[in-house]
Design a protein around this ligand. Sequence first.
Ligand SMILES: NC(=O)c1ccc[n+]([C@@H]2O[C@H](COP(=O)([O-])OP(=O)(O)OC[C@H]3O[C@@H](n4cnc5c(N)ncnc54)[C@H](OP(=O)(O)O)[C@@H]3O)[C@@H](O)[C@H]2O)c1
Length: 195
Amino acid sequence: MTTTKIGIIGDGRVGRALARGLKRAGREARIVGSDKPAIRDTAAWATVIITAIPFAALGDLVHTANDALDGKAVVDVTNALGVDGSLALGFTTSGAEELQKMLPRAHVVKAFNTVFARHMDTGRLGDQQLTAFVAGDDPAAKAVVLALAADIGFDAVDAGPLKNARMLEPLGVLNIQLGHAQKMGATIGFELLHS
Ligand SMILES: NC(=O)c1ccc[n+]([C@@H]2O[C@H](COP(=O)([O-])OP(=O)(O)OC[C@H]3O[C@@H](n4cnc5c(N)ncnc54)[C@H](OP(=O)(O)O)[C@@H]3O)[C@@H](O)[C@H]2O)c1
């Protein structure tokens, strides 16, 4: 069986939280910051790459990692925010679909963007399990990401094709709005009730 090697690009709040959660789950993960040679090495080593960087930096990552991403699952956790914190694009596309256009030979999967970083290492808010919505077009890549989310502790939900990122990205912004503008704080999260 091939081991899933997870390369996390971005060593900020999200990258570090996912690295903690994945390592706790016994997964093999490497994390790098913005050093370009280290990004290239990590992308070449990994079988799954997580983009824990600002949305505006995705073009840089594509340029830096280039064909090291070919054929691999690229997990887009970004929220496409404009300078005022509002959604930068939507309705007829999404940040994830735009990333897929930049990486036609990779398998982009949208995940984790609807969760605050502080819950990403456990998938839980206190005793409650949070939902990780996972959207993507490649069934194998999506299955791998669903398994990673479940291993961390989330209720991992298949949210359909990548174009459903058009709904997950606004949900991510709603999370931010509730947490910050509505002053609920970061101890909130979404849970899909299902039996
Ligand atoms: N924070 C949350 O609760 C949360 C929740 C859901 C989704 N997200 C999304 O997750 C992403 C990361 O958020 P974060 O909160 O972890 O941000 P963060 O703490 O500011 O960390 C960002 C990381 O990206 C790196 N970076 C910046 N520009 C880069 C570039 N051009 N190439 C490579 N790396 C670059 C930074 O490296 P340097 O420090 O060296 O610049 C840093 O390691 C964002 O897209 C955000 O919208 C965040």
